[in-house]
Write a protein that binds this ligand. Structure first.
Ligand code: GDP
Ligand code: MG
Length: 186
């Protein structure tokens, strides 16, 4: 009897979910953070985007039949994780991006993941992290294998996806929605 009551309460909380979700995109310059942000927000690719523009964008979305205001901080660090205070406590989830055709960008991710792991040691609730290999359309020039991506993600307890800001919109949207789902699960 008490078990049934407990379950009903859980369901009703999950139905509402948080109404807002702050996502932060991190990664070295040129890995495609802005292209992914613009794709998610507009379904379009904008191929040349001001590389020094950092901003927060907001979009009303419906994820699993529940409305949510998704805010996306498209960061642009010049030299790795600097001044991370501006996003660490703001974020509900992190998307750490690299480009599959650029090993340096993959190495750059590791610095971000270490910074986030340190943050998650002291911050509750834990902030979900997604590792994201971008530029999947550049498979011919791949320098980072899918296995390498998966291994790094599992080392840091992240979800892992490979996408392309140039290819279909649904797979990019799926990544952002998975971040929202992770946040809802708490
Ligand atoms: P950011 O510095 O991480 O914000 O990177 P940008 O979004 O500005 O992208 C850097 C460059 O990579 C631009 O020329 C983009 O057009 C290009 N780019 C971004 N995403 C992709 C992708 O998925 N595939 C390919 N081929 N190019 C991409
Ligand atoms: Mg950018």
């Amino acid at each position: 009897m008490s078990l049934m009551f407990g379950k009903a309460r859980t369901c009703s909380t999950a139905d509402r979910g948080p109404a807002e979700c702050n996502l932060v995109l991190l990664g070295v310059l040129g890995c495609g953070k802005s292209a992914l942000t613009v794709k998610f927000l507009t379904k379009r690719l904008i191929s040349e985007y001001d590389p020094h523009l950092e901003d927060i964008y907001s979009s009303e979305e419906i994820v699993d039949q529940q409305p949510v205001t998704v805010r996306v901080m498209d960061t642009c660090d010049q030299e790795g994780p600097m001044n991370s205070e501006r996003y660490l406590s703001w974020a509900n989830a992190f998307l750490v991006v690299y480009s599959i055709d650029n090993m340096e960008s993959f190495k750059g991710c590791q610095l971000y993941l270490q910074t986030l792991a340190l943050h998650n040691k002291t911050f509750r609730p834990q902030t979900p992290i997604i590792l994201l290999g971008n530029k999947l359309d550049m498979d011919r020039y791949r320098q980072v294998s899918q296995c390498d991506g998966e291994a790094l993600a599992s080392r840091f307890g992240c979800l892992f996806f490979e996408v392309s800001a140039c290819l279909d919109f649904p797979s990019v949207q799926h990544v952002f929605y998975e971040a929202v789902r992770r946040v809802r699960r708490g």
